[in-house]
Design a protein around this ligand. Structure first.
Ligand code: ASP
Length: 315
């Protein structure tokens, strides 16, 4: 098995063959999740703790379901109501939890790098469920699985990532993953939402949707991350939708069989037209959610195997 990591902190640390190993295992879990009897035992006896310091709907639910389907005892910590609000540091909270011997810690945090820091302090496997604008590895992996299933491959595709690139961890993890798998990546955003120096990542940069979407295979839309903006980055939502919102007219510049993606939560009428988002002939947004559970099952399964191997058990 080629996946030797102790933690899943970012796509940055994964090799191409490790990404493929994880996606192949996730395929098995797609099948299991579609069966009537959905239980596996890869995490039986293990304790999974979800610590979300930032709001989440689908990611937290997806990790919870993934753990339960594989037999883990899953605990969700209500971080807003936790000791953090009483002044405890992130590290003290982590050390307290560590003393209870969890096996898998799933962490989302508003600060870039906070999850890496935490991983250095605990004994268990840590999975990054999104840290600031840094990385969101399981999102990029579920996007990759969705693309691979829809297009039959995950290389030599032309993929446009559109919208608030500057504040998006989803964009960052996807740029790294899709680049490692040898795809052509186009970023489309207003100049205010395009990070400086992004060209160094080997991507093509556009500020016009018609030009950027020309003949692409995949269109990935992003939400405006208003919670990470400290000023006015766009004139108005209406103006933004007019220039950068994906509708049928703009999508017509892409290949006729191009798929439409969005990590959610989506703002209809801001970054995407509601009818297009619901069009099952073009939109794979619901598939992304389905793949999310399978990818998280695969990620936790692989990390648990590595942990057992480290402890001298059966790998
Ligand atoms: N759910 C994704 C994230 O946590 C995307 C978003 O919030 O816009 O980054």
């Amino acid at each position: 098995m080629t996946f030797t990591h102790r933690h899943l902190l970012g796509i940055e640390h994964l090799r191409q063959d490790e990404i493929t190993t994880l996606l192949d295992l996730a395929e098995d879990y797609v099948t299991l999740n579609r069966a009537t009897q959905k239980h596996g035992d890869a995490l039986a006896g293990l304790t999974q703790v979800n610590m979300f310091f930032e709001n989440s709907t689908r990611t937290q639910a997806s990790f919870e379901l993934a753990g339960k389907r594989l037999g883990a005892d899953v605990m969700n910590m209500a971080m807003q109501a936790s000791s953090i609000t009483k002044g405890e540091t992130l590290i003290d909270t982590a050390m307290t939890l560590n003393a209870m011997h969890p096996d898998l810690l799933v962490v989302r945090h508003p600060h870039s790098g906070a999850v890496d820091l935490l991983a250095q302090k605990v004994n268990c496997a840590v999975l990054n469920a999104g840290d600031g604008r840094h990385e969101h590895p399981t999102q990029a992996l579920l996007d990759a699985l969705t693309i691979r299933r829809a297009k039959g491959r995950l290389h030599r595709l032309s993929i446009a990532i559109c919208g608030d690139i500057a504040h998006s961890r989803v964009a960052r993890s996807n740029i790294i993953l899709l680049g490692k798998m040898e795809n052509r990546i186009r970023l489309i955003a207003p100049p205010t939402l395009m990070p400086a120096g992004i060209g160094e990542f080997g991507v093509e940069v556009y500020d016009d949707m018609a030009e950027g979407l020309k003949d692409v295979d995949v269109v990935m839309m992003l939400r405006l991350q208003r919670e990470r903006m400290d000023g006015g980055f766009i004139p108005s939502s209406r103006e933004y939708y007019h220039r950068y919102g994906l509708d049928a007219a703009k999508l017509a510049h892409a290949k006729p069989d191009a798929i439409v993606m969005h990590p959610g939560p989506m703002n209809r009428g801001v970054e995407i037209d509601g009818t297009l988002a619901d069009d099952i002939n073009r939109s794979v947004i619901q598939d992304q959610v389905e793949m999310g559970v399978a990818v998280r099952m695969a990620a936790m399964d692989l990390l648990a195997r590595n942990q057992r191997a480290l402890q001298g058990g059966v790998a």
